[in-house]
Design a protein around this ligand. Structure first.
Ligand code: SAM
Length: 251
C-alpha cells in the first residue's frame, strides 16, 4: 500500500518513521510520501489561503496548489476506469463520515491513499469536487470536535489502517480479540491483566489463573458485554438466544 500526505506541516508526519509503521515501511509493506502543499505554489510568499467568498472570519485554502498536488500524485486519467485500482483521496474534515473500525478495514483494502490535510476554515469545495473526477473521494471525520488541522486525523487514520494490513502485526491473532473488531461482534475489549498476580493489594481475577480456557472465554465475553453496556450502549442491540432467552449483542 502507498500512502501520500499533502500538508502545510510536513514535520507532523515524522512519527511515520517510528515504531510499527516505520518497521512496515522498512520491510516494504507500505510506502509513505509526505508533500508540502507550499511546494505547489508559485508566488514569493508561497500562499495557500485566501479570504472566503461571501465574507466571514478566517481563511480558506486556495484551489490552485491542491490541483497541482493532485496532478503530481494522481494518475492523469482515472475516471475512465471507475473502480479498478483508482486511488482514494481522503479529505479529513469534521463534516465527514465518522471514522470507525469498519471504515479502517475498508481503507485497508485500497492500494493508494492520498490524505489531503486541511487547515484554516477548510479547503475550497471545488478541490473536493475536482478530486471526485480523478479518484475515489472519502471525506472523513475523526470525531465530533474540531482540530486545528487534518494532520493528526490523517495520522490516526493511518495507524488504524496499516495495522490491519496482512504481515503488519507480528502476531495477527492480536487483531482478532480487539475492541470494535468484527470477530467479537464490535464489543469493547474485556479488562486485561499481567504478572504479578497481586499488586498493591489488588488480585488478578481467579478465573484467569484457573487454566480453564472455556471459563476464561466465558468470563471475557461477559466482561466485554458488561463494559460495552456501561460505556457504549449504542454499540449493543437487543437479541434472543435460540431458547428465547434475551441477550445483548453488538451491532
Ligand atoms: N471550519 C471547519 C468546520 O467548521 O468544519 C473546521 C476547520 S478546522 C479548524 C481545520 C482543518 O482541521 C479541517 O479542514 C480539517 O482538515 C481538520 N479537522 C478539524 N477537525 C477535524 C475532525 N474532527 N476530523 C478530521 N479533520 C478535522
Amino acid at each position: 500500500m502507498r500512502l501520500d500526505y499533502v500538508t502545510i506541516f510536513p514535520d507532523f508526519f515524522a512519527p511515520l518513521a517510528l515504531s510499527l509503521p516505520g518497521k512496515a515501511a522498512a520491510k516494504g509493506l507500505v510506502a509513505f510520501g509526505v508533500h508540502d502543499l507550499r511546494s505547489f505554489t508559485h508566488d514569493r510568499h508561497r500562499t495557500v489561503d485566501d479570504t472566503p467568498y461571501g465574507g466571514g472570519a478566517g481563511m480558506v485554502m486556495k484551489p490552485e496548489p491542491w490541483g497541482e498536488a493532485f496532478d503530481a500524485l494522481l494518475p492523469a486519467d482515472t475516471h475512465a476506469d471507475a473502480d479498478a485500482g483508482r486511488p482514494t483521496v481522503v479529505f479529513t474534515t469534521p463534516s465527514g463520515e465518522p471514522f470507525d473500525q469498519a471504515l479502517a478495514a475498508e481503507l485497508a483494502t485500497r492500494e493508494h491513499l492520498v490524505f489531503a490535510c486541511g487547515r484554516y476554515e477548510g479547503i475550497d469545495q471545488r478541490v473536493i469536487d475536482h478530486a471526485r473526477e480523478r479518484a475515489e473521494v472519502r471525506e472523513i471525520s475523526l470525531g465530533d470536535y474540531v482540530l486545528n488541522g487534518g494532520e493528526v486525523a490523517a495520522l490516526a487514520i493511518t495507524e488504524a489502517v496499516v495495522r490491519l494490513l496482512p504481515g503488519f502485526m507480528g502476531n495477527a491473532e492480536s487483531l482478532v480479540e480487539e475492541s470494535h473488531s468484527a470477530e467479537t461482534g464490535g464489543l469493547l475489549e474485556y479488562p486485561v491483566y499481567t504478572k504479578p498476580p497481586t499488586w498493591r493489594g489488588r488480585e488478578v481475577p481467579e478465573v484467569l489463573r484457573s487454566g480453564d480456557h472455556g471459563k476464561v472465554a466465558r468470563w471475557r465475553h461477559e466482561q466485554a458485554v458488561r463494559r460495552t453496556a456501561e460505556r457504549r450502549p449504542d454499540l449493543l442491540a437487543p437479541s434472543v438466544l435460540d431458547d428465547g432467552t434475551p441477550i445483548v449483542r453488538a451491532v
